[in-house]
Design a protein around this ligand. Sequence first.
Ligand code: 5RP
Length: 227
Amino acid sequence: MTQNELKELVGKAAVDFIEDEMIVGLGTGSTVKYMVDFLGKRVQSENLNIIGVPTSDRTAKQARDLGITVKNVDEVDHIDLTIDGADQIDKNFQGIKGGGAAHLWEKIVAINSTKNMWIVDESKMADKLGSFPLPLEVIPYGSTQLFKRLEQKGYQPKFRKDANDEFILTDSKNYVIDLHMGEIKDPFALAKDLDSMTGIVEHGLFLDMVNTVIVGREDGPEILNAR
Ligand code: 5RP
């Protein structure tokens, strides 16, 4: 199976966890895109009363176009389940997210959710985090100075830019800096350090956050319960 077929497989498996009347956090990325497509089909065919809380403008548009009712995270009093992708997951179910520059909104929706599920193809599973660069969402003002501080710490930062060498902007109009630091020995210590740095709005370490992971494997979706 191709990587996209594995993404589609887990997208389909994930919607089985959605029940009528649920308020569902909708993640961002190519894997979630499949999931939202399948959810749209279920909403139409089963006439489900689902509210989707999207984690990006992209996902909001897709959900609306499919007839899914969409509400902002501040318009709901709870979120039953959030289904999102991930860039890397280690054997302790800690994750890196933000490859799609959406990790700030994704983390806000995740921490306001009763349950969190990640859906990934098997290439995302790793022993240790870090071979995937760690995204930071940063305030543009002062970001060159912040970049220097990250360099001094040996975090090997790189501004994320598009093909025209323009800064990528998040939905909150911030920049993204990716840390190419290789294996992360202690994700909790790194998260604490990044949390303390002025100018970083949010980093892409999602620690102790996920309850269930669905991994797309050749022989079918594998469901792992994290906590
Ligand atoms: C976006 C994310 C995505 O969930 C992550 O990048 C995975 O994306 P994909 O499903 O396209 O591989 O964190 O910020």
